[in-house]
Design a protein around this ligand. Structure first.
Ligand SMILES: Nc1ncnc2c1ncn2[C@@H]1O[C@H](COP(=O)(O)OP(=O)(O)OP(=O)(O)O)[C@@H](O)[C@H]1O
Ligand SMILES: [Mg+2]
Length: 298
């Protein structure tokens, strides 16, 4: 059996709004990410994807459920505290607006080297400078930027510096929440290939959250589809695209434009009517490794 890096079990989260109301952002979500796998999470805006990412990174404490990272129960305060340093080194987060969290008083060189210094990691390429230069090259930035401050860079460059910073630690689990939405299309392709390289060459596991389904199809090994806080379908990527089973997944996939103008004219968009029955029940295996949320009554 392949090794599990991230195991999310029955994750439920309610955001309290005011005294009496709450938003059910996650409802009993379970999935696992294997070693060296890119696992995609897709779904419409507000379906709960970022809430999953924030729970996995211990930024948010879920209402209930369990999360294991490399076997560590990260929601157990004692176990978390004991393994905090290891988790900080092996688990990294990149989000859409990572650029905004860069320290404006540090140069790019200092920003990229900082995690290695904090965690007393010996730079694999000899010196911190050589390492920073290498990581910048990796994300397609020139070494002439090393002595610049974030304010001197464009938004896309800052985001790439944030990605380089996360990658210096050679994480075993990378949580990437729409990491490339703020980048130009040409740069997006480069970063996508970088993620593919990390998986192949460094056996890095990635939880990849994205809106762009064509990117998910290209990059991910397995995909989970979320709708209103529920995981409605989970399958290897090609199975999901070839034979989606849940009505929500069918509607989501039918919204992908087809590059061929003739086929695009004939494309039929499927509609999904929110019916509580379609969002209840349990995930059931319909074919090997293909799970669909199935109402209780059937
Ligand atoms: N801090 C908060 N307080 C109250 N409700 C919140 C909070 N953060 C998120 N929510 C709600 O939780 C639900 C899930 O939000 P989440 O941000 O996880 O969705 P998402 O799938 O990441 O959406 P997007 O694709 O737009 O990033 C939404 O209904 C959202 O309004
Ligand atoms: Mg989000």
């Amino acid at each position: 059996m392949s090794e599990i890096i991230l195991d999310v079990r029955n994750l439920t989260h309610h955001f309290g709004i005011g005294k009496k109301l709450s938003v059910k952002a996650l409802d009993n979500v379970s999935f696992a990410v294997k070693k060296g796998e890119i696992f995609g999470l897709v779904g419409e805006s507000g379906s709960g994807k970022s809430t999953v990412a924030r729970c996995v990174m211990n930024i948010l404490k879920p209402t209930s459920g369990e999360i294991f990272c490399e076997g560590i129960n990260v929601l157990n305060p004692k176990e978390f505290k004991k393994n905090k340093k290891q988790l900080e080194a092996s688990r990294q987060l990149i989000f859409q607006d990572s650029a905004s969290s860069l320290n404006g008083r540090m140069t790019v060189r200092e920003i990229v080297s900082e995690p290695m210094k904090i965690h007393k990691v010996k730079p694999p390429r000899g010196t911190f400078d050589a390492e920073a230069e290498f990581q910048l090259f990796y994300v397609g930035l020139d070494k002439s930027l090393l002595d610049k401050y974030p304010t001197e860079l464009s938004g896309g460059m800052r985001q790439r510096v944030a990605i380089a910073r996360a990658l210096t630690m050679e994480p075993r689990l990378l949580v990437a929440d729409e990491p490339i939405s703020s980048l130009d299309v040409s740069v997006q392709a480069q970063i996508i290939n970088l993620f593919a390289h990390l998986r192949c060459e460094h056996n890095c596991s990635i939880l990849f959250i994205a809106h762009d389904l064509s990117v998910v199809r290209y990059l991910c090994d397995r995909v989970g589809v979320m709708c209103k806080g529920k995981l409605v379908e989970l399958a290897p990527v090609e199975k999901l695209f070839a034979s989606p089973r849940h009505p929500y997944t069918k509607a989501l996939l039918s919204s992908i434009p087809i590059p061929d103008p003739r086929l695009e004219r004939e494309r039929v968009m499927e509609k999904f009517d929110y019916d509580p029955k379609l969002l209840s029940g349990k995930l059931r295996e319909v074919s090997e490794e293909h799970f669909v949320l199935w109402g209780d009554e059937e």
